[in-house]
Write a protein that binds this ligand. Structure first.
Ligand code: ZN
Length: 386
């Protein structure tokens, strides 16, 4: 018998993926997940929304599993897209995703680390029968527009210097340049990746891979003797994010409201909740780390039994129409993780064997496990699991 590990939580609404959501179900979703701290009733009419016809380019786990034959590989029929978050390479500094602590350390660049994780995930999942598309395969932007294309926009956003000194002109030029680069490799990059997913790749789900980092604690010059002057933090944890938790201002922004309605009506909510739980559990099991916690109203925890799963209104989560889960395991600048990343980078630089507890392999294995929990068969032969 074939059976998927999909479970649709009652808290998440539980409306069938193929049925038209009812007005009361939409209201429940808005109140508990999509806009729990906002007055959504002032801008959305759930009775009208419930009459819309739903369309989706992706298939649910239940549909994929039902179409799979007994002889098929465990993930056959699944088309997964994997987003190695950020860019890395020469852009890592502008992304704010590039640091080292001391002389001789390897630079920690999130975009490059998650690219390797994504490639490992791709090879393994394709071996299990899935089709896997990476949103990027190098430490280069996907966005065809370069920073030059955003120069005019950046220029219009930076006020002219009040005095005409050499320093203020240099400062002005630097600010415009930095802003144009950020438009290109951060916002423009996310817009292009979402467009590729929705218009070209059209997968059944998207996983966006990241490694978390904590704000650097303030350190006095006498408190550290490292070259960078930075000090590692103690906290280390795991969480995964799905779309939700819009504020009043975000709800009123026409484009954000449009994305919310698309996602609310196309059935991605329950599916990404289940995928978030599967991946979150797998990451917690693999790392043994506690769940992250958000204070404030920019995120909401969705399920007491899955404390690592949070809803947040991040641009990629909002713009991608199919189920999407953004992974944030580990704290890269923590006392526990930084040495593991250094060991992993050193092993790759020397071409030596990877350690048994190699952190990038651990991350990739957890993702593979999570995908199998969501889309795989009840029992996968050992030879296929490894
Ligand atoms: Zn990231």
């Amino acid at each position: 018998m074939l059976r998927c590990f999909i479970s649709v939580c009652l808290l998440c609404g539980g409306f069938s993926l193929n049925a038209q959501p009812r007005a009361d179900e939409l209201a429940y979703q808005l109140s508990t997940r999509y806009a729990p701290y906002a007055d959504w009733g002032a801008v959305l009419d759930v009775d009208i929304l419930a009459k819309h016809t739903r369309t989706a380019y992706w298939s649910s786990a239940a549909t994929i599993c039902a179409a799979r034959s007994e002889a098929a590989l465990p993930l056959e029929g699944l088309h997964l897209a994997v987003d190695p978050g950020h860019v890395g390479g020469r852009w890592a500094t502008y992304e704010g995703r590039d640091f080292l602590i001391d002389e001789g350390d390897f630079r920690v660049r999130e975009g490059e680390l998650v690219l390797e994780v994504a490639q490992r995930v791709q090879v393994a999942l394709e071996g299990l029968g899935a089709t896997v598309t990476l949103l990027r395969e190098q430490a280069k932007p996907v966005n065809p527009k370069s920073p030059l294309d955003y120069l005019q926009l950046a220029d219009s956003q930076v006020p002219l210097p009040k005095e005409l000194s050499f320093d203020s002109l240099v400062n002005y030029g630097e600010t415009v340049r930095h802003r144009a680069i950020r438009h290109s490799i951060v916002v423009g990059e996310i817009v292009e990746r979402a467009r590729l997913v929705n218009e070209v790749i059209q997968p059944d789900a998207l996983l966006s891979l990241h490694i978390n980092a904590a704000p650097w604690p303030p350190v006095g010059p006498e408190e550290t003797d490292t070259v960078s002057g930075l000090r590692l933090v103690k906290s280390n944890h795991v969480h995964v994010l799905i779309f939700g938790c819009l504020s009043d201002a975000e709800l009123r922004a026409p484009r954000q409201q449009e994305s919310l309605v698309t996602k609310l009506l196309n059935g991605s909510g329950a599916e990404e909740f289940a995928l978030g739980r599967a991946i979150g559990r797998a990451l917690m099991d693999a790392t043994g780390l506690p769940a992250s916690h958000y204070d404030g109203q920019n995120a909401i925890q969705l399920d007491r039994d899955t404390p690592e799963l949070w809803a947040r209104n991040l641009m990629l989560l909002r713009m991608v129409e199919c189920p999407i889960v953004l992974l944030e395991p580990y704290v890269a600048n923590s006392e526990a993780v930084y040495p593991r990343l250094q060991a992993a980078l050193a092993a790759r630089a020397s071409g030596g064997d990877l350690a048994e507890d190699d952190i990038l392999v651990e991350y990739a294995d957890a993702v593979i496990d999570g995908v199998l929990r969501m889309y795989g068969r009840e029992s996968v032969p050992e030879s296929e699991e490894n």
